[in-house]
Ligand binder design. Structure first.
Ligand code: GLY
Length: 357
């Protein structure tokens, strides 16, 4: 299996061509927001530019990208460069695994979620109507090249939302990283300096360790789903409702776009922390997580009744015949997996973020 080279350095985007593994042919996939970050030396490469946003992570867009790769005459030894957020790297990685039965690729994540999580690990995906990331492959990138300076290009709400994934990594890691993350301000990350680089590096290291132990997501790697079992249910409801311009962020704020992934993970973390206590763990973590999310102005209340979220949980693609897997954070750095907890506990955990009134 390919071992991914990870490089984190401010200014890396500018120097990108020098850091890329050699390849006789290259092709760039990116989105309209990120296209302007491409260094001039890559600007001349053939490229496919996606509309920004989760809606591009679908079967039709994958087909268009594959047509573009074929149209550009990309040979088997070509290299695909996916430059952007999780949508671009998940979709680009999947296209790379399919074109001519697999070409090499490199991920250049430009969002916080992409840098700490989505670009690394080799799981590629698109969404189906039936659910998020329903179709995908394992196709490990040759390199993940991270420029923390790219975070300055992110709209502030996107950057804040990314802190949901950062918080997840910190809980998995332990007290030292959690305390550091709790004290970070979004502006420090946007500055893209040494603090941003250090946090990205330490969060990504959590994932690197787990992926090395379990590359095919059969066991230890599933700890990375902390906050995601609940989070994906919120995200699915949010995607369902976004077109109807219903209030999907809770707190009375009408927001047609819906919850961002990191926001859904933040809510999911609160539910997971409550579930951990209900299943016998010590209290304390939930209040810390809630305080951090509030400080970053991320949602701590969902917009859906508990019954609705329970129904969405049933459709989670990760659900197996023997029940759904929940990762319970018992304390910083101490988590355990629990399959098929009693429904009354799951229901009570959802009350941690239930709409008020
Ligand atoms: N591409 C995300 C992962 O492999 O976890």
């Amino acid at each position: 299996m390919t071992v991914t080279r990870v490089l984190i350095r401010a200014g890396l985007l500018r120097d990108l061509p020098a850091e890329l593994p050699d390849a006789p042919q290259r092709f760039v996939v990116t989105d309209r927001n990120v296209e302007r970050l491409l260094p001039p030396s890559l600007a001349g490469l053939p490229r496919h530019v996606l509309p920004p946003g989760e809606a591009s992570k679908d079967w039709a867009t994958l087909g268009e990208l594959l047509e573009a790769l074929a149209g550009a005459g990309l040979q088997r030894d070509a290299q695909l460069l996916a430059v952007g957020g999780g949508v671009v790297t998940d979709l680009g990685g999947l296209a790379a695994s399919l074109h001519r039965r697999g070409i090499r690729w490199c991920a250049v994540p430009t969002t916080l979620v992409g840098q700490v999580d989505a670009a690394f690990g080799g799981k590629t995906a698109v969404n189906l109507g039936a659910g998020k990331n329903s179709v995908g492959t394992f196709h490990v990138p040759d390199a993940v090249l991270i420029d923390p300076g790219a975070l300055a290009s992110l709209p502030v709400p996107e950057l804040r939302a990314g802190l949901g994934e950062v918080l997840k990594s910190a809980v998995l890691s332990g007290e030292a990283l959690l305390a550091d993350v709790e004290s970070v301000a979004p502006a420090e990350l946007a500055a893209g300096g040494a603090r941003a680089a250090s946090l990205v590096e330490r969060c990504l290291a959590v994932k690197q360790v787990l992926v090395a132990r379990d590359p095919f997501d059969e066991d230890a790697r599933q700890l990375l789903n902390l906050g995601h079992t609940f989070g994906h249910a919120f995200e699915a409801l949010s995607l369902r409702d976004a077109r109807g311009a219903r209030d999907v962020r809770g707190g009375g704020e009408l927001h047609a776009r819906g919850l961002r992934h990191g926001e859904a993970v933040g809510l999911g973390l609160l539910c997971a922390a409550r579930l951990a206590v209900l299943c016998g763990g010590a209290p304390g973590l939930e209040a810390r997580l809630s305080a951090a999310l509030r400080r970053w102005e991320l949602p701590v209340t969902a917009a859906w009744a508990t019954d609705e979220v329970l129904a969405a949980l049933v459709h989670d693609k990760k659900r197996r015949a023997d029940g759904q897997l929940f990762v319970l954070p018992e304390a910083p750095g101490r988590v355990r997996m629990l399959r098929a907890p009693q429904e009354r506990f799951v229901r009570a955990a959802l009350e941690a973020v239930a709409p008020r009134g």
